[in-house]
Design a protein around this ligand. Structure first.
Ligand SMILES: Nc1ncnc2c1ncn2[C@@H]1O[C@H](COP(=O)(O)OP(=O)(O)OP(=O)(O)O)[C@@H](O)[C@H]1O
Length: 258
């Protein structure tokens, strides 16, 4: 459904240029969940921004349902690490932003948000401002805003990396439950091997910059009951770690034992 065909990306600023991606070919299939992992600066955010239609490739093409992606698409929602909440708006107003931009009637917004807030256990926070929320709650609001748009594809760029370990695991469960329930295709960028293995049915490993796909690891047990505590989960983490060590030796963050 979403495909990148021989995509190259170079950023040019005056006299300097940085080649971020070189020859990326990728197919994102409907209903599947993907995790992208690779060394710092290898082009992961660039790749997700290309999928979102926020930037254009220097060479090659991005297609969604066989239509060339040249701008953000209604069926795609993006969640970032920094939550993207407006500090002067309440939780409810922040979550409603996307729907208001689409001129959805007030009653419909209330119905949609009511349900999403219940799913995300945010109902008691609706009148608070972002500075009155924990990091985990802020990311739930960002998730509520994205889900309220009923996206086909949820793109996430390190959404949980600012959170403490337990909040992070808790939100991984929330994301897993919601993408399964709503059958959303998802693409997650992460620096955490465990998170990639927990949330990605396929784990895409990028090489050091300029980023190219080094390997795609099938993770067939992803999403099964209690996966985080199974031996097969640890074995898959070890497999991914081994591939990262081969392809991404320059990155200290990934080589630390997590
Ligand atoms: N607007 C820009 N202008 C110039 N160079 C850029 C720009 N945006 C990103 N880059 C460079 O392109 C490369 C890829 O950046 P990108 O943010 O996609 O990598 P990343 O894998 O997401 O990094 P990290 O893991 O550190 O978040 C990096 O070297 C970065 O410095």
């Amino acid at each position: 459904m979403l495909s990148l065909n021989d995509v190259f990306l170079t950023y040019s600023n005056g006299n300097t240029s940085v080649q971020a991606l070189a020859g990326v070919n990728l197919k994102i299939e409907k209903g599947k969940s993907y995790a992208i992992i690779g060394p710092s600066g290898c082009g992961k955010t660039s790749l997700i921004f290309l999928m979102a239609g926020l930037i254009a490739p220097t060479q090659g093409e991005v297609f969604l349902h066989e239509m060339k992606v040249v701008k953000p698409h209604r069926g795609t929602a993006l969640i970032l690490q920094e939550y993207g909440l407006l500090p002067w708006k309440t939780v409810w107003e922040n979550a409603a932003l996307g729907l208001k931009l689409r001129k959805v009637p007030e009653q419909e917004i209330a119905d949609i948000l009511g349900q999403v807030f219940e799913e995300l256990e945010l109902t008691e926070c609706i009148d608070r401002y972002p500075n009155q929320l924990s990091g985990g709650q802020k990311q739930r609001v960002a998730l509520a805003r994205a889900l309220s748009l009923q996206p086909e594809i949820l793109l996430m760029d390190e959404p949980l990396s600012a959170l403490d370990a337990l909040t992070r695991e808790n939100l991984q469960e929330v994301i897993l439950r919601l993408i399964k329930k709503h059958r959303i295709t998802s693409v997650l960028v992460t620096h955490s091997i465990e998170e990639a293995v927990y949330l990605g049915q396929e784990i895409i490993i990028l090489s050091a910059r300029p980023g190219k796909i080094s390997a795609i690891v099938a993770n067939t047990e992803q999403g099964t009951e209690g996966y985080r505590h199974k031996m097969s989960f640890y074995a898959k983490c070890t497999e991914v770690r081994g591939l990262l060590e081969v392809h991404c030796q320059s990155d200290d963050r990934l080589l630390q034992k997590q």
